[in-house]
Write a protein that binds this ligand. Structure first.
Ligand SMILES: Cc1cc2nc3c(=O)[nH]c(=O)nc-3n(C[C@H](O)[C@H](O)[C@H](O)COP(=O)(O)OP(=O)(O)OC[C@H]3O[C@@H](n4cnc5c(N)ncnc54)[C@H](O)[C@@H]3O)c2cc1C
Length: 408
């Protein structure tokens, strides 16, 4: 027997949840189902390092309670994986054999952590709550921790390890956060993190591993690290197999147009699984951040409702805290822009680097030390605003140095 719904969403996280909220806000009568193979209400993946480090309880991760779905009149189908979708028949099949019909479908299936072919319980990725539960146990006993790959998983996790633990970061690149910050910001950050006790091994990789009482990791440059835990932070792989098997257009992600619609008019995609357009570069991209997932989830839902709504493109938006230092990277933050305006206070550690295009419009911002104004920069970038001026950068504080660079 097939159960039928007006709207079905696969994925109960940032994109899926925002879609549910938007659908219900605009249509009180539609039948809606949300499916996820994880058997719990939506939670924040972003906060899992805080949970693992013992700074918040498991409940602190929850974004909504089970009652949320009931109150919204949405059918939750949790603990069930979707194994096939058939866009032509407007139907999908669950792992237990049940079939669900839909008028419009949203793929908000996110991504999986990229892993390494290593068979040891001491090597972990972090993406799902089950990964977090495993890490909670390992974190309590470790004296040394190593992360490979510098990003949103490795650095926050390392910074939540106990103060006594020895911490190592192995990165292939010649600088950390190379995809989201410019070289100068990387240098400032590396300096601050090193002072906080992080050992950074750049342009390096693990070439050999032996498991004894600890993991013995041999690095490309010859050094050996003995560690209790290896965190694998090598990025993510978008969940596109359902879409690909259904004949939808895919590249790195499920390809979407400016309405977040896939190559089938009744199937939409949003979030880490979807490949849309970058607002600044116009290139096809998967941003892999929470804000983009929320924006695309909302946009997809509006279009699924028949409310024509064009998504203007996604922005990089990484705001995090590592080793007690606030770090934000918003928009396009690389050296090849027309101008970079920079303010850096060596005493407070507060740094602002604002990236402008040839029309003096803000295209990106790297912030270190304080990130409260990250939203403001997001706003300036997404409205293609001209930079309001130096005062925004420096506020009322007396900064040691204000530099102006003109890249010709
Ligand atoms: C440790 C960590 C820290 C992060 N920190 C930040 C940060 O500081 N800032 C930031 O912006 N972003 C951060 N991110 C990234 C952010 O969490 C993601 O961008 C966001 O979760 C994407 O949301 P999504 O809804 O697209 O997909 P996901 O959150 O990946 O959710 C997809 C859901 O789909 C379900 N699913 C997949 N396939 C199926 C199937 N076949 N059947 C049923 N269910 C399925 C999955 O179980 C999952 O629950 C972090 C991520 C991690 C892991």
């Amino acid at each position: 027997m097939t159960e039928n719904y007006d709207f079905v969403i696969i994925g109960n996280s940032a994109a899926g949840l925002q879609a549910v909220r938007t659908l219900r806000k605009h249509d009180q009568l539609a039948t809606i189902a949300i499916i996820d193979r994880e058997d719990c209400p939506a939670y924040s993946r972003v906060l899992t390092p805080y949970y693992i480090g013992g700074h918040i309880l498991r409940e602190g991760l929850d974004i909504v309670a089970f009652s949320f779905y009931q109150e919204l009149g949405v059918c939750p189908v949790f603990g069930q994986a979707v194994i096939t979708i058939d866009p032509e028949k407007h139907a999908l099949e669950l792992a237990d054999g049940h079939k669900i019909g839909f008028k419009k479908l949203l793929l908000a299936t996110g991504a999986e952590a990229r892993t390494l072919p290593i068979a040891t319980r001491r090597a972990c990725v972090l993406r799902h709550i089950a990964d977090a539960e495993k890490l909670v146990n390992l974190f309590q006993r470790m004296k040394s921790v190593t992360a490979v790959g510098a990003g949103l998983v490795s650095l926050p996790l390392l910074s939540h390890a106990s103060d006594q633990a020895e911490k190592h970061l192995v990165v292939g690149s010649n600088r950390i956060f190379s995809r989201v910050v410019d070289p100068e910001t990387s240098t400032i950050l590396e300096d601050q993190l090193t002072k906080k006790g992080l050992n950074i091994h750049k342009q390096n990789d693990i070439v050999e591993m032996v498991e004894k009482e600890q993991l013995q990791l041999k690095l490309k440059h010859g050094k050996q690290l003995n560690t209790d835990l290896l965190i694998i932070g090598k990025g993510v792989v978008p969940n596109i197999h359902l879409a690909a098997a259904a004949g939808l257009d895919v590249a790195d992600g499920v390809l979407i147009d400016e309405n977040c619609c896939t190559s089938h008019p009744d199937v939409y995609a949003a979030g880490d699984a979807a490949e849309g357009t970058d607002f600044i570069t116009g290139e096809a991209t998967i941003q892999g951040n929470w804000m983009t997932a929320v924006e695309q989830g909302e946009n997809a839902a509006l279009n699924m409702l028949g409310i024509e709504c064009r998504y203007q493109g996604s922005l990089k938006n990484n705001i995090t805290e590592i080793f007690g230092i606030g770090v934000a990277a918003v928009g396009y933050c690389q050296e090849d822009v027309a101008e970079i305006i920079s303010s850096w206070n060596a005493v407070t550690g507060r740094c602002r680097r604002v990236f402008l295009d040839e029309k003096q419009r803000v295209v990106g911002a790297n912030l270190i030390g304080e990130t409260n104004d990250a939203g403001l920069y997001y706003q300036l970038i997404s409205t293609r605003s001209v930079f309001p001026g130096k005062t925004m950068l420096t506020g009322t504080a007396n900064y040691a140095q204000v530099q102006f660079h003109l890249n010709s």
